[in-house]
Design a protein around this ligand. Structure first.
Ligand SMILES: *[C@@H]1O[C@H](CO)[C@@H](O)[C@H](O)[C@H]1NC(C)=O
Ligand SMILES: *[C@@H]1O[C@H](CO)[C@@H](O)[C@H](O)[C@H]1NC(C)=O
Ligand SMILES: *[C@@H]1O[C@H](CO)[C@@H](O)[C@H](O)[C@H]1NC(C)=O
Ligand SMILES: *[C@@H]1O[C@H](CO)[C@@H](O)[C@H](O)[C@H]1NC(C)=O
Ligand SMILES: *[C@@H]1O[C@H](CO)[C@@H](O)[C@H](O)[C@H]1NC(C)=O
Length: 480
């Protein structure tokens, strides 16, 4: 039926199509208290890092900058994160109206997910913890919905945080909780109506022990009797700094945390960890977080933080000319990550997929100061229309092809040697990054003979090529 010439041109166009298809991470779902890799059905754990270069001034709508708006910067940092072994970043302050396509696509190519806060420190862009009713309005919600619109189409958008440490003392605990459930409800209803994919929404809590368990219970419980109550969080995270230096499961009181949160109906993880006193850090909490004492209840965590800022938690020092140098903490963390058994972390069947949410009731709350009113503030005037019809001028995002893989900025290792040939290494479809996903041959100290891990890398890259060739052969055969 088809002459050789027709077959040839068909083959070429399929090849071209294959080349255009960017590989994508598998989306992550939530079932019970587990994150689930949607392709394998296995449990997924976060091996992440907080990413806010420039601190809060790294978000400056007036100058058109946020942490995911400059592809050259993201390329440099994605390459360094890939070597480190992380599979997720947390980004706090985003301008929904900027173009994030290249950064999101770069992180997608290297198998790194994004955990995104919908708020910012600017006026009108977050809930005020002293007087939440003054800030919960349709203009505020419009902004949070815009963040959803800007990021909903990237496969590596893993979740949204509706709030970060808004409840952090007795005073805020007495007024904020119903507003956190209300914002969660509005975001989840918006996503349900306006997003093709159901992206989870959760809360990132301050680790204030008197109110932590109340916060978790207040936010995870159901008012309707089933798990689909939209005002219920899909996940609960906490910013934990209780493991400092050469600590232990009990000295850090991680044991108390695990015992308190056992039986959680939603995934729980550290949205920040990495106490920096004493310094330099030794990160001995890493094997514990991913070990048998913690993983039955926690799903990993996010190290605070990638870039060195005034608060001194950085892994990498970024200079004003775009060059960067790794700090000793980067090396230490990389060593700790490299000891982890990736199969045990990412390759095990999900365990806790059918946990039922507790029914909301004042009896779940123990601190006197903590709000136990589960009648939520009504959706503010005008906001239901936004939820039902989508916001006006909604920003859009899409995966684009990443053509440049080599980092152009100078990056030095912690010894001051320039790292040669630093680049991102695109992973094949349905892969996420992990500490052994790429070789260590890109480190300046090991430049010669590829290790076993290096061999695995070229195989992975060849599999990408093979699957395109495979598709070509299949298509060609079906034409015969
Ligand atoms: C998950 O299941 C394991 C094994 O049954 C159990 O030990 C653990 O406590 C459960 N975790 C949660 C959060 O319920
Ligand atoms: C890694 O974990 C898997 C799954 O639990 C186990 O079968 C394997 O033996 C572990 N590998 C090592 C080197 O401990
Ligand atoms: C609970 O909150 C609702 C909504 O804000 C409010 O109308 C109601 O008066 C509150 N109930 C109590 C007992 O404070
Ligand atoms: C809602 O957000 C979009 C996108 O940022 C913006 O263009 C629009 O003006 C906002 N609308 C309102 C009413 O704030
Ligand atoms: C494919 O595999 C061959 C043989 O192992 C290797 O020489 C080559 O560099 C690989 N290609 C890529 C793109 O990694």
């Amino acid at each position: 039926m088809f002459g050789p010439h027709t077959m040839f041109t068909t083959a070429i166009s399929i090849l071209a199509l294959g080349a255009q298809l960017a590989s994508a991470v598998p989306t992550i779902d939530i079932k019970g208290s587990d994150f689930i890799n949607s392709e394998t059905g296995d449990r997924f754990q976060l091996l992440g890092v907080a990413y806010q270069p420039g601190g809060s001034s790294g978000y400056d709508p007036a100058s058109g900058i946020d942490p995911l708006s400059d592809g050259n910067v993201c390329l440099r940092d994605a390459a360094l994160m890939q070597r480190l072994g992380v599979n997720a970043i947390r980004v706090y302050n985003l301008d929904p109206d900027l173009n994030h396509d290249l950064c999101a696509s770069i992180f997608n190519e290297v198998g790194i997910y994004m955990l995104l806060d919908v708020n910012s420190p600017l006026p009108g862009e977050s809930i005020n913890r002293d007087e939440p009713w003054t800030t919960y309005d349709s203009s505020y919600l419009n902004r949070t919905f815009a963040v959803v619109e800007a990021f909903k189409s990237y496969p590596n958008t893993l979740l949204f945080f509706s709030g970060n440490e808004v409840i952090n003392d007795d005073a805020s605990a007495s007024v904020v909780p119903p507003y956190m459930r209300a914002v969660t409800r509005d975001l989840k209803n918006y996503i349900k109506k306006n997003s093709a994919r159901d992206i989870p929404v959760g809360y990132s809590a301050a680790d204030v022990r008197d109110i932590l368990v109340d916060t978790w219970n207040y936010l995870q419980c159901t008012t309707t009797g089933d798990d689909s109550d939209p005002s219920r969080v899909d996940l609960f995270a906490l910013n934990s700094y209780s493991w400092c230096g050469d600590s232990s499961f009990t000295t850090s009181s991680y044991n108390v945390l695990v015992s308190d949160l056992t039986g959680t109906s939603v995934p729980v993880f550290f949205s920040e960890y990495g106490c920096n006193v004493p310094a330099p850090r030794i990160f001995t909490e890493v094997p514990v977080i991913y070990g048998p004492l913690m993983t039955p209840v926690l799903s990993g965590g996010m190290v605070y933080e990638f870039s060195q800022e005034a608060s001194n938690f950085g892994l990498v020092n970024i200079n004003s000319d775009g060059s960067a140098n790794l700090l000793p903490d980067y090396d230490t963390l990389q060593k700790q990550f490299s000891t982890l058994n990736v199969t045990a972390i990412q390759g095990l069947p999900a365990q806790n997929t059918s946990v039922t949410a507790p029914k909301c009731s004042a009896s779940l709350i123990s601190a006197k100061s903590f709000n136990s009113n589960f009648t939520l503030p009504a959706v503010p005037p005008g906001a239901q229309t936004l939820i039902d019809n989508g916001i006006a001028n909604a920003p859009t995002g899409k995966i684009v092809s990443v053509t440049k893989t080599a980092v152009s900025q100078t990056v030095k290792d912690s010894q001051g040697n320039i790292i040669q040939g630093l680049s991102i290494i695109p992973l094949s479809n349905d892969q996420s990054n992990n500490p052994s996903a790429i070789s260590s041959t890109t480190t300046s100290s090991v430049t010669a003979s590829p290790t076993k891990k290096g061999a695995a890398t070229s195989m992975q890259r060849n599999w990408t090529g093979l699957s395109v060739a495979g598709a070509l052969v299949t298509a060609w055969l079906s034409l015969m």
